[in-house]
Design a protein around this ligand. Sequence first.
Ligand code: BDR
Ligand code: CA
Length: 313
Amino acid sequence: MPAKKIIIDTDPGQDDAVAILLALASPDEIDVLGITAVAGNVPLDLTQKNARIICELAGRTDVPVFSGCDCPIGRTLVTAEHVHGKTGLDGPVLPDPQMPLQDLHAVDFIIQTLREHPSGTITLCPLGPLTNIATALTKAPDIAKKIAAIVLMGGAYFEVGNITPTAEFNIYVDPEAADIVFRSGIDITVMPLDVTHKALVTKSRNDAFRALGTQVGNAVAEMTDFFERFDKEKYGSAGAPLHDPCVTAYLIQPELFSGRYINVEIETRSELTRGMSVADWWRVTDRPANATYIGDLDANGFFNLLTDRLSRF
Ligand code: BDR
Ligand code: CA
């Protein structure tokens, strides 16, 4: 099988960084056409910079990085420094990037790339709020039928919420954007908190990253060291959940994951439940299915894959 052509849309974020590293370490399965930054975990000036820091860490200055939307569609930006630190990539000390930021706006890169390639050959991988993707779909509705699939991290059903009692961060930040994406008719696979909270970096898994003895191995271990304090305090969990790497792992080894094809809709009107992803897991409505909603993963298989691929740097 030829490598899947993808665009990673991201708001790095330590877990975004690991997701990007996993993709860049897997050229036989994944061909990263570009990385588009969006405002989310931290403001846009930091997410685009962090995306370039990660490309340089991976030695992949050939991957173009684009800057996108700096705020959600019609809402004020909410950020998550309380999880990711002031820079968004707190933990390791990494040099400022030297590689340039592309001039083209991320939304135009997404549109242009989809128009230039045959239909059904490009998968979008959003790891942050869906602002860039929804803006591209609104600006150029013709691209919807060209997208092979969207595999995204966002939402929650059994785990309910992490930024409010009922909403997961990526969907909460820009619920209108998420609503546009979930109504688009595109083939969508969702990695919600229900699965990402099972992808926990335990001490032995973190030791395995560090034992790689490389710059990447150490950086990933230091990122997860930093990132885990939030979830340990909040949930009493064994370590940091690697939310976003579930997306890129799915592209490489989908058999590690299981889920259901169900209806998922986004709450945009209620103040109380803003950004809730209403997932009809039990199929109690007759609303049509629109997404493959992942509920479980083989966590050991996932970490074996990740550690093996990171060892390639
Ligand atoms: C999601 O929000 C961010 O904090 C993470 O990078 C991940 O994409 C988890 O809710
Ligand atoms: Ca993210």
